[in-house]
Write a protein that binds this ligand. Structure first.
Ligand code: BGC
Length: 750
């Protein structure tokens, strides 16, 4: 079959023998450059150009004659996507490709755990290898700028430090298994509205400090081998041909040695892509196929440029061992070890938002539980477009509760409300389904409501499952607002009137407007789209087998208009630009016709005038009280924060304090260290997260916790110098359990 290709292990051994030590993980990729150049010398121009575009919907070509295997890609990021037909996303109808469905991005981020992000990556990496995949199209690490963002659930956090840490460990986890990541979507891909044409206009300081951070850590420290430029433009240029992003920053400043892969349909021109940093056009060959050869013939491009692109692809091809066709796909994709990781992540991701009067955990005497709401039975593995997973199995919340409750407890279920099948991707069935709404804001269904209230009256406790679904929060469109859909507010109010023992569980990937729900919900849990074992983990938390320990990775605004881009009128832009992504796949039009239509489309813009005041940075600085703050999350125990000592060294600022579990059960606390800069001359948000740790404590246990902030993370991007700069002065250290729950402060000079 294919020639044996150096694995990462081999690569490391070779490095040990090399005279000059590598400068960083990216330099590991260059160890085969001599060999690669010798191979390139044997390739025809056609063979080289053939590597610069898709071969099938999920692969790009190697050169079989020279033993260079094709590159196989897999979505990502929450499970290895089911096998599609060669030229599309339709199912190939395989049996063994059912994968582990891992909790989605915001759920992973709610764990605030580098360790779990690493394990998550290992699970993804292992399952990719079983499927013969070389590159995972993930992690997806854009900043959650908009509460309505269609891909908020795919992304990690509104905060760059948290996103960057998790992006880094996910990357390491994947790549340590001999699979490459393709970190996406580079960059400033924060909205789905006009995603194929919108120009994100963001100032350089904000770009560096907020939007690029997660990519920077994954590339520089994690050695991410490939990067997916986003659909949108940044400051005038498409990301797939953006000189500043791809050549100056990614390759120039960060030393990226691998290859870039355009988002599917996100390549826009031959010259732009060739000159400004793209390696592989996915999908199609209309830009990086024959036109490249033609451009060389007329002297617009050179063969050396093609060689350089091929070299960058081959570095990754040589670092990742190709799995022979007769070895791949011989085992079930989903593996027990990955299922255990998915469960561990789910257990630590669940956020207890409110717990008035100790409504949770459920009391041991509970004999009759009414579970109300379709989200209790909805499977969340598929939907959402690219990030769907065909899971080997998925435990729904209702299944988890029934299993945990056991035979002695009666668990009744009623749907409570109709569910909405999607604004854009859904279809209206020929005969109306009594459980399916035709509009997202349809009022509560009287019959379903009456049935739910009846159950609630007879129960010891009611668990209401609200939230959204993956047709409402989805790639390809943003939500129109963050309202709870299909009369859920009406339902929860009626349930509370019927029975005050009410617990609300929100199943969603992003925030929802809780102004009506909160006053009638003594306990509120954010339960996420929590993967294969989501229902099991949720039941463990509800019944008190484990203490909840997730913390919000984004702010729940009180109302949408409070959030920065909405408050400033920066979103939504009224210009309808049309979705280029959809355009590019229109088979009924010729290339020329498509280009003509696209040229006439208005050019939508997204102004990022809120600057670095994204998420809690905005609410804190502008004194706007959110519904639930960034970093918030309660436990079943109290934690004591002992006095903090702080010291500033040349390279790090360190704090130390004693954390104690004052309760009667084991529990984890996520401690958070923010900084403020009294007296600074440079403009800063009121406070910024700079370090965090998840600490596990047995009942009554005390531990000394140390947190450190690398001084380099305290720098700002000085636009005049066009470089990172440190402002010396007083640094206030704010240690707490949430961004709005600061327990200790100290000051140091830097
Ligand atoms: C998405 C990517 C995804 C790709 C391939 C695109 O529509 O934006 O995130 O990896 O499709 O499925």
């Amino acid at each position: 079959m294919y020639r044996r290709i150096l694995t990462l292990v081999g690569l490391a051994l070779c490095l040990a023998a090399c005279k000059t030590a590598p400068k960083g993980p990216q330099d590991l990729l260059t160890v085969n450059d001599k060999k690669i150049d010798a191979v390139i010398a044997q390739m025809t121009l056609e063979e080289k150009v053939n590597m610069l575009h898709s071969k099938t919907n999920m692969s790009s070509a190697g050169v079989e004659r020279l033993g260079i295997a094709d590159m196989h890609y897999a979505d990502g990021p929450f499970g290895i996507r089911e096998e599609g037909v060669p030229n599309g996303f339709q199912s190939a109808g395989w049996q063994l490709d059912s994968a582990t469905y891992f909790p989605t991005g915001s759920a992973l981020a709610a764990t605030w755990s580098e360790d779990l992000a690493y394990q998550y990556g290992t699970g993804m990496g292992v399952e990719a290898r079983l499927r013969g995949k070389d590159v995972i199209l993930g992690p997806a690490v854009n900043i959650q700028r908009l509460p309505v963002g269609g891909r908020t659930y795919e992304y990690l956090s509104e905060d760059p430090i948290l996103s960057a840490a998790l992006a880094l460990y996910y990357t390491k986890g994947v790549q340590d298994q001999g699979t490459a990541v393709c970190i996406k979507h580079f960059a400033v891909n924060n909205q789905e509205t006009n995603r194929g044409s919108v120009d994100a206009q963001v100032d350089e300081r904000t770009l560096r400090e907020i939007y690029l951070k997660p990519f920077e850590r994954a590339v520089v420290e994690g050695g991410a081998m490939s990067v997916m430029p986003a659909y949108n433009k940044v400051n005038g240029d498409y990301c797939s041909e953006n000189e500043h992003l791809l050549n100056e920053i990614l390759r120039g400043e960060w030393g990226f040695k691998g290859f870039t892969v355009s988002d599917w349909g996100g390549t826009h021109s031959t010259m732009g892509a060739m000159l400004h940093g793209l390696n592989v056009q996915m999908t199609g060959d209309n830009y990086l196929g024959q036109p490249v050869i033609d451009s060389i013939k007329v002297g617009k491009l050179t063969e050396e440029m093609v060689d350089e692109k091929v070299r960058q692809i081959l570095r990754v091809r040589y670092a990742i061992e190709a799995i022979p066709d007769d070895v791949a796909n011989t085992k079930q994709t989903s593996q027990p070890e990955s299922q255990a990781i998915a469960k561990a992540v789910a257990e630590k991701s669940i956020v207890l938002l409110k717990n008035e009067g100790g409504a949770l955990p459920l009391k041991p005497g509970v004999k009759k539980i009414a579970v109300i709401g379709q989200n209790a039975v909805l499977k969340t593995q598929s939907g959402g477009v690219g990030a769907g997973v065909k899971a080997l199995y998925e435990i729904t919340p209702l299944e988890g509760i029934r299993k945990r409750a056991g035979a002695d407890v009666q668990v009744d279920y009623a749907p409570g409300y109709k569910n909405f099948p999607g604004r854009r991707w859904g279809r209206n069935p020929a005969t109306p389904d009594p459980l399916v709404a035709t509009a997202i804001d349809e009022p509560a269904d009287k019959k379903l409501l009456a049935e739910a209230v009846k159950l609630a009256r007879q129960a010891d406790v009611v668990i209401f499952f609200g939230g959204t679904n993956k047709s409402i929060e989805t790639e390809g469109s943003d939500r129109a607002n963050i309202d709870l859909p299909t009369g859920q507010n009406e339902v929860v109010k009626a349930l509370y009137e019927a029975n005050k023992n009410l617990v609300t569980v929100l199943i969603s990937g992003g925030p929802t407007d809780l102004r009506q729900l909160e006053p009638v919900s003594p306990a509120i849990v954010q339960g996420w789209w929590n993967g294969t074992e989501g229902g099991t983990a949720l039941a463990e938390v509800l019944f008190g087998d484990i203490a909840p320990s997730g913390k919000l990775p984004f702010t729940f605004p009180a109302k949408l208009d409070d959030s920065p881009a909405f408050a400033l009128g920066n979103f939504p832009d009224k210009t309808q630009g049309g979705d280029l992504f959809t355009m590019l796949y229109r088979q009924d039009l010729s290339r020329e016709e498509r280009a003509e239509i696209m040229a006439k489309l208005p050019k939508p813009v997204s102004q990022y005038t809120e600057g670095s005041l994204v998420g809690y940075r905005w609410y804190d600085t502008k004194n706007v009280k959110p519904m639930y703050a960034f970093g918030h999350g309660l436990s079943y125990v109290d934690f004591g924060y002992g006095a903090m000592t702080a010291a500033a060294g040349k390279d790090t600022v360190t704090v130390s304090f004693e954390l104690s579990n004052e309760g009667a059960m084991p529990a984890d606390e996520v401690v958070q260290l923010y900084v403020a800069r009294p007296g600074a001359t440079v403009e800063w948000p009121a406070k910024e997260l700079k370090a965090f740790a998840r600490v596990s404590l047995k009942a009554g246990e005390k531990k000394t916790v140390e947190l450190s902030i690398p001084v380099k993370d305290l720098r700002y991007w000085n636009v005049e110098k066009n470089a990172w700069d440190l402002e010396h002065g007083t640094l206030q250290l704010l240690l707490g359990a949430a961004s709005d729950d600061i327990r200790q402060t100290a000051e140091v000079a830097i």
